[in-house]
Design a binder for this molecule. Structure first.
Ligand code: C5P
Length: 241
């Protein structure tokens, strides 16, 4: 089993991100760079984080016309990104374009094709928010609909809440990679996450990767926090780090 922790580097400045990466690199599987860090520091921070011992996950949730998303995917791969997100609500043509762009670029560079991850319904949205958009079938129904659209468009991974792991595994099988935020150990504060699950539970249910931010980045000792989480999943993961 590979290290399933994706640590969310939700900090405003490159120096903070780089310090965390230096400390955590050997103990996590990937670093997630979101809009805050990327908008403030740009591609330079991505290049600097590359080579710190973990994969790079660029979480910018692309949603645009197919050609624009395809070009953005290729620019992300040029920066050294291993995983990135797109909104499945962009539709099948956009999703196919994103996946094809990743495969084409990877072929040119002679690397494995970076993982394009589909975002379904944001966890900040509820049934009433969807109704405002003219979607009547509720969040669960919409998540499954968009997840199936992503899979049939060739995407190999999805971001989902811990509660969605089971229905999505039942619907889409074992191959698709499921990336899950909202992870909290019993001893962690929930912060603003409303529906949480422990790291071990989420892995047991079928999560492929766990996105974990504050329980690691705000811990008194981030490295020890990451090691504790690995131990709770499988102590062998610590000896491989
Ligand atoms: O600090 P915490 O562990 O809550 O961080 C979770 C990370 O996952 C944050 O970067 C957050 O933006 C992201 N995320 C989330 N829920 C989603 C999608 C992404 O919490 N549905």
């Amino acid at each position: 089993m590979r290290n399933p922790i994706i640590v969310a580097l939700d900090v405003p400045k490159a120096n903070e991100a780089l310090e965390l990466a230096e400390e955590l690199g050997p103990f996590v599987g990937a670093f997630k760079i979101g809009k805050q860090l990327f908008v403030s520091e740009g591609p330079d921070v991505v290049r600097k984080l590359k080579g710190k011992g973990a994969q790079i996950f660029l979480d910018l949730k692309f949603h645009d016309i197919p050609n624009t998303v395809a070009k953005a995917v290729q620019s992300a791969i040029d920066m050294g990104v291993d995983m990135l997100t797109v909104h499945t609500a962009g539709g099948s043509e956009m999703l196919v374009a994103a996946e094809n762009a990743s495969n084409e670029k990877a072929k040119i560079l002679g690397i494995d094709s970076p993982l394009i991850l589909g975002v379904t319904v944001l966890t900040s949205m509820d049934d009433a928010n969807l109704e405002e958009l003219g979607i009547q079938e509720g969040t669960q129904g919409q998540v499954v609909r968009l997840a199936k659209l992503a899979a049939s468009s060739g995407l190999r991974g999805l971001v989902c809440s811990p509660q969605e792991i089971k229905p999505l595994r039942e619907e889409l099988g074992d191959e698709i990679q499921l990336i899950t935020p909202g992870i909290r150990a019993v001893s962690n504060p929930a912060d603003d996450q409303k529906r949480t699950m422990s790291p071990a539970e989420a892995i047991k249910l079928g999560a492929s990767w766990l996105v974990i931010g504050r329980p690691i980045t705000l811990a008194a000792n981030p490295r020890d926090a990451a090691i504790d989480i690995l131990n709770s999943i499988d102590p062998e993961l610590v000896s491989f780090s």
